[in-house]
Design a protein around this ligand. Structure first.
Ligand SMILES: Cc1ncc(COP(=O)(O)O)c(C=O)c1O
Length: 367
């Protein structure tokens, strides 16, 4: 059996009875969009994060867009983020008519570097309206430093938590540091639906209320728009499935942690760079991202042996045709994108799988 880089089918089968019961409940309820399951999921997801309000939306991209709009970002505003992310992070900024600007990453963690953020915020004094740090690979970014810098420069923080459900830093959950946080429930995520889904988490009820308004045509009252909103609704089936999956999230994240710890032990002597975790961070290992210059050769070698690895992400956003920005120079980001290789680490990966992958990597000879 090939070892997959992500396995949403295994994620379904692990909880199939509970998920089928949840689906049956929704089918028989007569409510299919924004009903009692969405409301219950929103309450449970907020409670999981120790409070605030969660608002279910259609996907993670729109969660970022609506969170940014809800904290006051508008047309022409500058929004700082990283370029080693899925283009969705940047597409959400552009959707508002705001302008993305990129912050260099830390060479060790591959996450937004606070020092680089400080330079940008100082150089563009008062212009940057919001910062979108990405907790990439389930590794929390340095939110204590990033939030302090943003406050100092009058910028809001919207955390991109698409890959970090359940992660913590300095004892506090990712998603509770900024003015708002955006989550994706794409099926391969740590908390994955069986279709598209997303949520915004906010402590300020006014921010949550704004997202609620924007996610359905700007309606406060049915058929009367108070704002130019859009259709970004979460459906009842996905919410009911997410309620099941949320109950298992901590255990599944624990399995990911154990597998990651095993990789770290087994690959300690390998000729590659292992993931670096910030002091005080509790990652949830959405990916286990190693680095080596010959990653393409290793990827082919492992694929030939039935081990599928991912590359998140091969081309940084500022070098992609749709977003190309030749003036932007981000050497650490470009190096990371050229070297990164993500090993299978999802909850269906066994200890024996980790040993097999590690043995193959240790046996591999660089061309
Ligand atoms: C870091 C990051 N941001 C944003 C998104 C966008 O989420 P979605 O695909 O649900 O729109 C994703 C998911 O692919 C992601 O990994």
């Amino acid at each position: 059996m090939p070892l997959l880089t992500a396995d949403p089918l295994a994620g379904y089968l692990a909880h199939a009875d509970e998920i089928r019961a949840a689906i049956d409940r929704v089918l028989a309820s007569g409510h299919y969009i924004l009903g009692p399951e969405v409301e219950a999921f929103e309450r449970e997801f907020a409670a999981y994060h120790g409070g605030g309000e969660a608002v279910g939306v259609a996907n993670g991209t729109e969660a970022i867009e609506l969170a940014l709009r809800a904290v006051g970002v508008g047309r022409g505003d500058l929004v700082a983020t990283v370029a080693n992310t899925v283009t969705a992070t940047v597409a959400a900024i552009e959707q508002i008519g705001a302008r993305p600007c990129f912050v260099e990453i830390d060479a060790g963690t591959m996450l937004m570097a606070p020092a680089a953020l400080e330079s940008l915020l100082s150089a563009r004094r008062g212009e940057v309206k919001a910062v979108v740090p990405v907790h990439l690979y389930g590794l929390p970014a340095d939110l204590p430093a990033i939030v302090a810098l943003a406050r100092k420069h009058g910028a809001k923080v919207v955390e991109d938590c698409a890959q970090s459900h359940g992660a913590r830093i300095a004892g506090r959950a990712a998603g509770t540091w900024g003015e708002a946080a955006a989550f994706s429930f794409y099926p391969t995520k740590n908390l994955g639906a069986l279709g598209d889904g997303g949520a915004v988490l906010a402590r300020d009820p006014a921010v949550a209320a704004k997202v609620r308004l924007l996610r359905q045509y700007g309606w406060k009252q049915r058929y009367v728009s108070d704002a130019t909103g859009r259709n970004s609704r979460l459906d009842e089936l996905q919410a009911a499935i997410l309620r099941v999956k949320l109950r298992h999230l901590d255990l599944e994240n624990q399995v990911r942690r154990e597998r990651a710890a095993r990789y770290l032990r087994r690959l300690a002597a390998a000729a590659l760079r292992l993931p670096a975790v910030l002091t005080g961070a509790e990652p949830v290992w959405h990916q286990f991202a190693i680095r080596l210059p010959a990653r393409d050769a290793l990827r082919v070698y492992l694929a030939d042996r039935g081990i599928q690895c991912g590359i998140l992400y091969p081309v940084p956003v500022h070098r992609q045709p749709a977003f190309a920005d030749p003036a932007t120079q981000l050497p650490e980001t470009e190096r990371a994108c050229a070297e990164v290789l993500c090993l299978p680490v999802h909850p269906a990966v066994t200890e024996a799988d980790v040993d097999r992958v590690s043995d193959e990597i240790l046996r591999w000879r660089q061309p």
